[in-house]
Design a protein around this ligand. Structure first.
Ligand code: HEM
Length: 299
């Protein structure tokens, strides 16, 4: 059953007729209920051309979408999409090759010597992403990976928007030229961006909290703020809304970082609160951070 409405702002709905319809949900139970309702699915359930204008505008300047080649990152594909399972399986297999003790020592050394964010991010990209390329990823690519947009608010600044789009295309061109033809290049390109934009900040957070359990650190300060979904059935989401959603137009934004902080459930840091369709990188990340914490403590 859906929860009863708790306040007019929970969930928060921003509806401007014919322009946009966005529902923002941060209550963990409501997120779970909406996720399992069958009323929402992943954005690319619909052809890119038919998605709301602001979705197309915003996402083409992020690491999640390549509008030139019409590619979307794996979590944006419906489970029913035939490419979804093999793409996830490929990433799982690659991530399972894990990391070495030397990787942990190298990153610990950089943290101890207060290396810059740029150096830290570049090294961390090698730890995670070299496995896909079989060689070092160049500095101009790891530098560019900082620029794709990370929030809708940034899209209103033309210089940030243009820089984000340019950087995204630079990374995708690099992936196209350096990965084998059977690999989904956006699934890999995204991971360079994710490591630069999320993991490097996570490393600093770890260094400042050497005595705190890893799951507590990264639920209190989750690295992904939100996860979008699109409505596939017109409904009032079981009574949460005053008027119904529109199929293919209403977008739900799950505020997963807030849900992680409230519940201390690590599955909100790496998904929407359950193991179903959780991030492929979760176990690698937690194990790496545990080892790194130990290494920094021993020092
Ligand atoms: C610390 C860095 C990362 C964080 C915080 C993170 C977080 C997340 C979150 C919150 C989701 C769920 C998205 C949704 O439900 O819409 C997700 C999904 C996913 N992530 Fe990550 N991620 C990280 C790094 C990575 C890396 C490096 C890879 C690949 C090597 C990766 C691969 C995936 C994949 C394939 C999915 C989709 C899983 C599915 O839908 O079955 N992630 N990630």
């Amino acid at each position: 059953m859906f929860n009863r409405i708790k306040s007019p702002f929970n969930p928060l709905r921003i509806n401007i007729p014919f322009l946009l319809d966005i529902i923002i949900v941060s209550d963990p139970e409501q997120i779970r209920t909406i996720e399992t309702s069958g009323d929402v699915d992943r954005l690319h359930t619909f052809d890119t051309a038919s998605l709301p204008w602001w979705v197309k505008f915003y996402f083409r300047a992020t690491k999640f979408h390549d509008d030139k080649r019409d590619l979307w990152f794996c979590p944006f594909e419906s489970t029913s999409n035939p490419t979804y399972k093999p793409r996830r399986a490929y990433l799982e297999e690659k991530v399972a090759t894990s990391y070495s003790k030397e990787d942990v020592k190298r990153i610990a050394q950089l943290l101890k010597t207060n290396a810059t964010d740029e150096v830290l991010a570049h090294e961390m990209v090698q730890v995670v992403n070299q496995r896909f390329f079989g060689k070092e990823i160049p500095l101009d690519i790891t530098k560019a990976a900082k620029c794709p947009l990370q929030s809708l608010g940034e899209a209103i600044f033309p210089w940030k928007y243009i820089r984000g789009r340019k950087a995204q295309q630079q990374i995708m061109d690099y992936c196209e030229q350096n990965l084998s033809k059977d690999v989904h290049i956006l699934d890999i390109g995204h991971n360079i961006g994710e490591v630069v934009q999320a993991t490097a900040g996570g490393l600093r957070r770890l260094k400042d909290n050497l005595e705190q359990p890893i799951e507590e650190i990264f639920t209190t300060h989750a690295l992904t703020l939100q996860a979008p979904r699109i409505v596939v059935n017109s409904s009032k989401l079981g009574g949460l809304l005053l008027f119904p959603t529109t199929r293919g137009k209403t977008v739900v934004i799950h505020k997963i970082a807030k849900a992680a902080a409230k519940t201390k459930n690590i599955y909100f840091t790496f998904g929407t609160g359950s193991s179903e369709r959780a991030c492929v990188f979760k176990d690698f990340f937690l194990a790496f951070m545990n080892d790194l914490q130990q290494e920094l403590k021993d020092a």
